[in-house]
Design a protein around this ligand. Structure first.
Ligand code: NAG
Ligand code: NAG
Ligand code: NAG
Ligand code: NAG
Ligand code: NAG
Length: 478
């Protein structure tokens, strides 16, 4: 990640945003039984752990399983490095507690749909999004490194079944970032492990990593994912519907398998997800450092963006919407897509529930209260939720995150209005956008509909009469 450059006005912004105070539930972690014997271990060979907070009353039979994220290790050396970190080892979590907040909060006001459910926070320690499974460990620097993400996942779920999840009425597998991707990849497997009578769904937060074109015109991120699959030997645990059609190295990319997931899925994501912008749109390419640096400068101060750079932003947005079209395979799938400069919106109270800033722009015209209600209505009441913010054309600030100040504040805030004007005015951009093969058209002119579908709330659904791709190629005229 790029290092933060804090400007004084950031402090001003902190004061402007009303950061909601929320108290967390601190829970002692549970070690998975017999994990070491089964070889279901973290990168460093320690047993995986999770934090469980039992639900109340009848809702105790409803389960939220939240998979922690934390990127991936793509090479043996990177995985070796992770054994010394909290995301490669359970050492620290065996004695320290986990804090349950936002989507895992036990307060009704903070988490109205799931607060009384049995909530489980799974600590991420395998570096593969819970799908790796390699027999042979790697030994480096006198440390043995294991690649066992899928075994870790299965061992945790079996442990939870024994802890009472075998009589679950409802179960939601979710998670953020690498954990969100894990929730998608393991969704049907999870469904198959739960009792048939249970209602089971999966929701991925910030886990919809697209196969986007980067600022060099290539796909460095695709290669990164391919390397992860290879190092962890994940191929046998990736969705068969995908591996039977294409090279398994492409099957960690949600757009290549979500349409075939049998269990209902929900995607919470920003079209300008900060991780994706930094690592998919503008990863570091050592051969072209100047291109990267110039784009960083554009990100810091959008007023400085060149026309070509603006085209990259828009192409990314367009590619994201197109990838999202795969989710429309089933009416039971849902989505909440905003344009926040954010990552992991279900893990922070201000973006999960209750803060007006996390709502879709203009969603005041509709009845939804942001991410938390969208996910809740979709799971509990089987509402049809297709909320997509097409209106915001550049990243917007929705939160203050002290860990990523450069993104959530500094990068994006300045020059936003000017950039919007640029978008609106520049015919040149539209012309250029058509010349980029991956980006056949401009992002469509704003169109957002808000109406009640009978099943649930349907806000911002795209054109009903054509498919998504068509709509991008032939945007309707307002
Ligand atoms: C092995 O340890 C040394 C000293 O701590 C370190 O410099 C080196 O990078 C490590 N090697 C790998 C592959 O992690
Ligand atoms: C590995 O362990 C051996 C024996 O304890 C020691 O001599 C060697 O320096 C260690 N190597 C590294 C890279 O730490
Ligand atoms: C699949 O992709 C990987 C990584 O890009 C590559 O090394 C491998 O040769 C490919 N396999 C086939 C059968 O094309
Ligand atoms: C933007 O451009 C101005 C004028 O050329 C320059 O002074 C400023 O440093 C640039 N900002 C960034 C973040 O590069
Ligand atoms: C999405 O799927 C529904 C049915 O599941 C269909 O009615 C609708 O037209 C589709 N929308 C698009 C844009 O493909």
């Amino acid at each position: 990640m790029t290092s933060a450059r804090l400007a004084p006005w950031v402090c001003l912004l902190v004061c402007m945003l009303s950061v909601l105070e929320s108290e967390s539930v601190d829970v002692t972690n549970t070690m998975v039984k017999n994990a070491v014997e089964r070889g279901a271990v973290c990168l460093d060979g320690s047993p995986p752990v999770y934090a469980i907070d039992r639900g109340r009353g009848e809702a105790a039979d409803n389960w939220v399983i939240y998979l922690e994220g934390g990127g991936w290790c793509a090479t043996e050396a990177e995985c070796l490095f992770r054994t010394t970190k909290d995301i490669g080892s359970s050492r620290r979590w065996q004695t320290e507690k986990s804090s349950l907040i936002a989507m895992l909060s036990d307060r009704k006001s903070e988490n109205p749909y799931f607060h009384h459910w049995t909530r489980v926070y799974v600590r991420y320690c395998d570096g593969s999004s819970y799908v790796g499974d390699r027999e042979k460990p790697f030994v480096g620097n006198n440390t043995t490194v294991y690649f066992r993400g899928a075994r870790v996942f299965n061992a945790i779920i079996e442990d939870l079944l024994a802890q009472g999840m075998k009589s679950a009425s409802n179960a939601l597998l979710t998670g953020c970032s690498a954990g969100g991707l894990g929730a998608l990849l393991q969704c049907d497997n999870f469904r198959s492990m739960l009792p048939e009578s249970a209602k089971v769904k999966c929701a991925a937060d910030a886990g919809f990593f697209i196969d986007g074109t980067d600022i060099y015109g290539g796909h460095l991120h695709r290669e990164h994912f391919a390397q992860i699959v290879q190092t962890h030997e994940s191929q046998k645990n990736l969705p068969k519907s995908c591996t039977s059609k294409m090279n398994a190295s492409l099957c960690m990319l949600p757009q290549n398998f979500v349409a075939d997931i049998q269990t209902p899925v929900f995607v919470v994501n920003s079209v300008y997800d900060t991780w994706q912008i930094e690592n998919i749109l503008m990863p570091m390419n050592k051969d072209q450092p100047a291109v990267h640096d110039q784009f960083v400068s554009c990100g810091h101060d959008m007023e400085n963006c060149t026309c070509d750079q603006v085209v990259h932003w828009r192409c990314f947005q367009s590619e994201f919407y197109q990838a999202l079209g795969k989710l429309n395979s089933s009416a039971r799938n849902g989505m909440f897509i905003n344009a926040c400069a954010s990552h992991c919106q279900t893990q922070k109270q201000e973006t999960w529930y209750g803060s007006s800033i996390s709502k879709l722009r203009d969603s005041s015209s509709g009845p939804l209260q942001g991410v938390g209600q969208a996910v809740g209505e979709w799971f509990v009441n089987d509402a049809t939720i297709r909320m997509v913010d097409y209106k915001t054309q550049s990243p917007r600030v929705c939160e203050y995150n002290p860990e990523e100040p450069h993104w959530n504040n500094h990068y994006v805030f300045r020059g936003l209005d000017l950039l919007l004007k640029k978008f609106a005015l520049a015919d040149e951009i539209r012309r250029k956008a058509r010349l980029v093969p991956q980006c056949p058209a401009q992002v469509p002119a704003y169109r957002q509909e808000s109406y009640y579908s009978g099943l649930g709330y349907l806000v911002g659904e795209i054109n009903q009469t054509s498919n998504w791709t068509d709509w991008f190629i032939n945007p309707p005229r307002d």
